[in-house]
Design a protein around this ligand. Structure first.
Ligand code: ATP
Ligand code: MG
Length: 520
């Protein structure tokens, strides 16, 4: 049966959701978790590991692992893995391919539509580069949707939003912060003003702050570890995992302890929620200032907002909802799984587009169903009576489809030529849909990329936060970090011996497990 796939390639985690028959649910990408780490590892023989498999092998082959690649997107300097250069686009394509293959295998066929999300504050250059990722992944047409539009679409499925209602999306993920103002449109949402973001601010920076706190509590014992000692490396790996767990624990508890097992030192360090909040307070204040900038750019007063949607895993930190709500004087809405909102919304929005396209196509069938010349029907089934090769229902087949990846495709022949009649049908249908008032969704589906937001000519003005910043010893002061270009350097590498030991070893909270997902 036909289904749509929504994919959120995050800086730290990748998530996907499947839409079918009006229902949308997360795809389980890991052995025990829905989302998997956004990690790619390319072995010496060219085998590509992603997600949990890459994470598990990362410690053994640190110079072959790439993390936080999304932060490097658009950087002309390639990532070096095992002495070979890779673009960020190529590495993200491996992640996308792995997700599409995994879900297709489980669902018994390729999705009828893939919707891929990207940050709303990316400019034309990054958007153009990102548009190449599906092709590099061996996928066919993929619909692009901004992350806040996807999050808002997910929200709109469970909450009533009047036409013209305004929402702000506050997305604090693992690697970046994004703030966007949206207004409900006839179909979907319109982005107002200029979305804002802080590229070098996210959960990994909070992990780093906890790690530094532990090191300081131990008078620099972690920094003094010998980077050449494999036992030290393993200890640092463990400690970093403990720090991530501690950070996440403090979203539910008011204090926690971090077990420290270093060569020659076994102890634990206590961390309270108050201490942690002090560390990250300047960063959270900066995100709120960024959100205010987005509102200013959209010429929207916070009082006009229906709600502020809190998405991204780091939005689970209780202080985030508290401060955003207090600062803006508006209610916030945080999903049980704020990480999932974007993938779920992408899948839902994709399905909606497919439905709209199908409905519009039905209206033009009598004039458009000219059979292609004999023998010209391609693998996607352009001849009207022939069922499509992909498991797409007839309605969804009219929407942009995901062609089989080259390795899987049985196509051959001239795919572009064979697809042309269907493409014309789609174009006609969507133009009619646009004329009938379905402009937003129709236009996006047609262009295969989300329309860039209309930016007002007035430049955005910064509204500094009104709070004073009680700066803790390890407080994070957000800045736009310059990405490092070697796989052995993290983007938030810290400094000194600690950073050298840990430079390639960014850990996540996911339990590791094995799943080889592809090869080059
Ligand atoms: N309960 C929690 N408390 C605090 N942080 C959490 C919690 N759960 C997850 N996180 C953090 O959320 C981050 C991952 O969030 P998410 O998956 O939304 O980011 P991403 O999409 O990969 O990154 P980005 O949106 O920046 O590209 C990680 O840093 C993780 O530690
Ligand atoms: Mg994200």
């Amino acid at each position: 049966m036909s289904y749509g796939l929504g994919v959120d390639l995050g800086t730290t985690f990748t998530a996907a959701a499947v839409a079918r028959d009006g229902r949308v649910e997360m795809a389980t990408l890991g052995d025990h978790t829905d989302a998997v780490p956004s990690v790619v590892l390319i072995r010496a023989d060219g085998t590509v590991l992603t997600g949990e498999a890459a994470e598990r092998r990362a410690a053994a082959e640190p110079d072959r692992v790439a993390r936080s690649v999304k932060r490097r997107f658009g950087d002309p300097v390639p990532v070096i893995l095992g002495g070979t250069s890779y673009t960020a686009a190529a590495l993200m394509a491996h992640q996308l391919r792995a997700v599409a293959d995994l879900v297709s295998g489980r669902e018994g066929g390729r999705p009828a539509m893939v919707t891929l999300t990207y940050p709303a504050n990316w400019g034309p250059y990054k958007r153009k580069l990102f548009a190449q990722v599906p092709g590099l992944a061996g996928l066919g047409e993929v619909r692009m949707l901004t992350e806040p539009e996807a999050a808002a679409a997910h929200y709109a499925r469970s909450a009533h939003l009047d036409p013209g209602a305004l929402v702000a999306v506050y997305d604090l993920g693992g690697g970046t912060f994004d703030a966007t103002v949206l207004r409900t449109a006839e179909r979907g949402f319109d982005i107002l003003g200029r979305p804002q973001g802080i590229e070098g601010l996210g959960g990994v920076d909070f992990d780093e702050a906890v790690f530094t706190h532990v090191d300081r509590a131990l008078d620099g014992a972690v920094s003094r570890l010998d980077p050449a000692d494999p036992r030290a490396t393993s200890a640092a790996i463990r400690l970093r995992r403990e720090c991530v767990t501690a950070k996440e624990t403090l979203s539910a508890d008011t204090e926690t302890t971090i077990a420290v097992l270093l060569p020659g030192l076994q102890t634990e360090v206590r961390l309270t929620r108050g201490e942690f909040e002090k560390m990250i307070r300047p960063a959270i204040d900066a995100t709120i200032a960024s959100l205010r900038q987005a509102l200013h750019s959209a010429r929207i007063d916070p009082r006009q907002l229906h709600t502020v949607l809190l998405v991204g895993g780091s939005s689970r930190i209780p202080m985030v909802a508290h401060l955003v709500s207090a600062e803006l004087g508006r209610p916030t809405s945080v999903d049980t799984h704020p990480k999932h909102a974007i993938a779920l919304g992408a899948a839902a929005a994709g399905a909606e587009t497919a439905r709209a396209a199908a409905a519009a196509a039905a209206a033009v069938v009598p004039v458009s169903l000219t059979p292609p010349p004999a023998g010209k029907a391609g693998p996607a089934g352009t001849s009207a009576p022939a069922p499509p090769a992909a498991p797409a229902a007839s309605a969804a087949a009219l929407a942009p489809t995901l062609a089989p990846a080259p390795a899987l495709a049985a196509s051959g022949g001239n795919r572009h030529r064979s697809l042309r009649p269907r493409r014309l049908l789609l174009v006609s249908a969507l133009l009619i849909a646009a004329l009938a008032g379905g402009g937003t969704a129709a236009t996006r589906a047609l262009s295969n990329t989300t329309q860039p937001p209309t930016h007002p000519t007035t430049p955005a003005t910064s509204h500094p936060p009104t709070h004073s910043h009680p700066t803790a010893h390890t407080a994070i002061h957000p800045s736009t970090t310059t990405p490092t270009h070697n796989a052995t350097s993290g983007t938030n590498g810290g400094s000194g011996t600690t950073a050298r030991i840990l430079q390639a070893i960014r850990f996540t909270s996911s339990p590791p497990s094995l799943a080889v997902v592809g090869g080059t």
